[in-house]
Design a protein around this ligand. Sequence first.
Ligand code: ASP
Ligand code: MG
Length: 412
Amino acid sequence: MSVLVMKFGGTSVATLDRIHRAAKRVAVEVAKGHEVIVIVSAMAGKTNELVGWVGETSPMYDAREYDAVTSSGENVTAGLMALRLQEMDVPARSWQGWQVPVQTTSAHGAARILDIPPENIRAKFAEGMKVAVIAGFQGVSPEGRITTLGRGGSDTTAVAFAAAFEAERCDIYTDVDGIYTTDPRICEKARKLDRIAFEEMLELASLGAKVLQTRSVELAMRYKVKLRVLSSFEEQSDEAGTLVCDEEEIMESNVVAGVAYSRDEAKMTLISVADRPGIASAIFGALADAGVNVDMIVQNISEEGRTDMTFSCPNDQVMRAEKAVEAARERGDIRFNDLVTDTGVAKVSVVGIGMRSHTGVAADMFKALSAEGINIKVITTSEIKISVLIDRKYMELAVQALHDAFGLDKAA
Ligand code: ASP
Ligand code: MG
C-alpha cells in the first residue's frame, strides 16, 4: 500500500475546529486507499509562548529543558488529531518523537535527524492502523533526551518521514496556497507556481521565503521526496498548490523562477587592510567565532599592498560584528584604517535554474535596476542566483521592476 505524508502547520491546527477540518482531509486520503503519516505542528502561537516561558524562567536556560518544554506543543496536537480521527472511525494513534523513535543528534534546539527506523509504525499499519499521527519538530538524542529540530522544524520531520517510508508524496498544508514568484504582499503581480525545482526552492527558502524550513528542502532534494505545498483553507484538487520536484519533471520554466528579498541587511567595509595571506582568515575567523552570519563578501583589488574588504550580515548582528573586528584589531590580528557600516541596505535576488544555460541574466537585471535609478552597492552571483545589495528604501521597487523585467507574471 502506498504511504502518503500530510503535514499540518500551526495555523492549520490552531483550533479544535481546524483540527477537525484537517482530519477530514486525512480521512479523504485514507478512503482513497492510502496509509497516511500525519505530521502536526503545535497550535499557532503555542511554540512562541513556550519559548517565552523558558526565557522568563531561566534566561541562561539549559538547552535540554528548553527542548523538553518547547516540544510539548506538538504532543497536544498529535493526541487531539488522533482522537478526532478515531471519532470519525479512522483507526489512528499518536506518536511522540521518542516513541517512533526519531533519532537525532544531541544539538539541543537545532538537532539533526539521524535515522527514523520504520518498523514500529509499519507493524501498526500491518495490524490495520490507517493513520500514524506524529508530533513534528522533536526527536530523541543518543543520550535519551528530548530534542527539537529548530524553529519551523516540523517541515523537516515531514520530509524525513516521507524519505524513511518512501512515501508517494509529502503534502505540506499551510496558510498560503503555494510558492509564489515573489512575495504577493509587495508585488501584486506575483504568480503562484505550479512547479518549482528543488534547487530553486532551496535558494528561495534560504533567501527568506519562509514557507518551508530550508533544511526540509535540502532533505527533499537529497532523497528526491516530492513535496507539495498547499493551503488547508481552500478546497483541494489534485493539481492544487505548488509541487517542489526534480528539475527533470518541469517541462517549461522561465529563466528566472522567482525574486526574493531580505530586508534587514547591513554592509560593513574594512578600509585599507593589509593584502597578505591570512588576512581574510583572520577577519572572517573572528566574525565566525562571534557567531556573525556573514553573507556576501567582496574584496577589492589591492593597491600598494592594501585592500578594502566588504561584507554583509543581518542588521541585528552589526554590533556583534563591530566588536569582533575591533577585538581582533586590539589583539593585533588585523589592521585597518576605518570601519564603515551601512545599516540601511536590503538584498534582492533573482533565482532560476535556467540561468545555467542562459547568458545575459545579470545584464538584464542591472538594466532593470538602473532604469529605476537604483544604485547597486554589492553584487554576488552563483550558478542559479544573482544577488544585489541596494538602499532599503528601494527594495519594493526593485522587486517589482525585476518581476516585470523577467516577465514572471506570465508562465513560460
Ligand atoms: N512548532 C514549531 C515552531 O513553531 C515547529 C513547527 O511548527 O514547524 O517552530
Ligand atoms: Mg512552518
